[in-house]
Design a protein around this ligand. Structure first.
Ligand code: NIG
Ligand code: FE
Length: 418
């Protein structure tokens, strides 16, 4: 048996509460234990309380972790990322600084398609090496689980290659990965002008193989009038549902459209982005109990002033999630502390609401709510010691990664600021 006791946490931010995603005022309830302590056995949380409660339960061989008066949180659960790709798009970033738009760059063959060309050329081991580097960035930000999408292959062979890389990363055991198939991320060069033929390929060839090889738990589509319009997205997502996959979708990111309504119609787990979703779309999400995943870092990095309407969403009772959208084009950041900062300054979410959105709510959106996302007895001991004295400092000091130590299943995976 392995045993670990943590104590001397200025705030042990447990997020203990009902076994479901949190809504409305619940999003402000972090269930903090001041001067908190925690006992971990064989990777799972055994007890949470004060040092005096934990100490009598310890065996002599227990490892002691002194949090040193810092705060301790569940590891962040980043529920929307695109972490496996080759090359960067620093050249396009420069062009955008000079005035070009993301849509203009995409229309002339850049954007997602330029990353696809490079990712197709890369071998599986090469992609694995690149993705390992980004994995360390997530850990450094205090993240212990990510949802990881494919989407830079756009052929059966290349999509399967990316998903195998995600599986290998997960098996390496540092960061947890939840795989999502995003074969409908763009129309590849060889299918330009032949949208129907590409949708057939996704539905008839890619999805059955991905499902058969258990390469993905979820299926996502970039639902946008000029990419995969609602009618096409519906066909793909229904096919995925018939194969037993959960549904998430990129909805209403650049255009006021019916993406949120489609997510509601299909009973999707999440509708992501929602920058342009109107009142009817939000009402549909409420009625169907779909979780919004908000991605303010991509709005920021694209230089747009148009952030999603987090406050009305919370007021309507939606179980909001925050994520990085880490990808080489619209959001090259793996930092959840940065996302928390943007949520406060640009979307008026309180620090407590954004911590809930980045932990327990995100975990439920990935069907992992019973295992991760809060520090409660029985759950996996995925936690981070942040170099702060108060949880509000997490979004307040911005532009730094405050994690001092990151634990996955009770094992120290990363140690930084001391
Ligand atoms: O979520 N919009 C679609 N997908 C990504 C961007 C991917 C890329 O530019 O490479 C997003 O913003
Ligand atoms: Fe995305």
């Amino acid at each position: 048996m392995s045993e670990l006791a943590l104590w001397n946490a200025a705030q042990l931010v447990t997020l203990a509460g009902p076994p479901r995603a949190r809504t409305g005022r619940e999003m402000r309830e972090l269930a903090i234990v001041p001067d908190g302590a925690m006992l971990v056995r064989d990777g799972r949380i055994q007890a949470v309380g004060r040092r005096a409660d934990i100490e009598p339960l310890l065996s002599p061989a227990a490892q002691i972790v002194d949090a040193g008066g810092r705060i301790v949180l569940p590891g962040f659960v980043d529920a929307h990322t695109h972490p496996v790709f080759a090359g960067t798009r620093a050249d396009e970033f420069e062009q955008r600084a000079e005035g070009a738009t993301y849509a203009e760059i995409a229309a002339r063959g850049g954007g997602i398609r330029s990353t696809v060309r490079r990712t197709r050329e890369a071998g599986e081991d090469e992609l694995l090496g690149l993705a390992r580097r980004y994995r360390e960035w997530f850990l450094r930000g205090g993240t212990t689980t990510i949802e990881a999408k494919s989407g830079y292959g756009l052929s059966l062979e290349a999509e399967a290659k990316i998903l195998r890389v995600i599986r290998r990363l997960g098996n390496e055991g540092r960061l947890r990965y939840v795989p999502t198939f995003l074969g409908a991320h763009e129309i590849p060069d060889e299918y330009r002008g032949r949208l129907d033929a590409y949708v057939d390929l996704v539905v008839e060839e890619m999805l059955p193989r991905i499902a058969e090889e258990h390469l993905a738990e979820f299926c996502d589509v970039f639902c946008e009038p000029t990419v995969f319009p609602v009618e096409k997205a519906r066909v793909i997502l229904r096919a995925a549902q018939r194969l037993g996959m959960g549904i998430r979708l990129h909805a209403d990111q650049f255009t006021p459209d019916q993406g949120a309504c489609l997510a509601a119609e299909l009973g999707a787990a999440t509708a992501d982005h929602l920058e342009w979703t109107g009142t009817a779309g939000l009402a549909a999400l409420v009625a169907a109990n779909v979780q919004p995943v908000l991605l303010p870092a991509s709005v920021y990095n694209l230089g747009s002033p148009h952030y999603p309407a987090a406050r009305p969403m919370i007021d309507l009772g939606l179980a909001v999630v925050l994520a990085t959208d880490f990808n080489p084009g619209s959001s090259p950041t793996a930092s959840m502390p940065m996302v928390l900062s943007l949520a406060a300054t640009q979307m008026k979410m309180t620090p407590a609401e954004s911590i809930t959105a980045a932990t327990i709510n995100a975990a439920y959106s990935l069907r992992r709510g019973a295992e991760i996302g809060s520090l409660e007895p029985g759950k996996l001991a995925d936690f981070t010691i942040h170099d702060c004295g108060d949880y509000r400092e997490l979004p307040y000091f911005f532009g730094r990664e405050p994690a001092s130590a990151v634990y996955v299943a009770g094992v120290c995976i990363y140690s930084g600021n001391v």
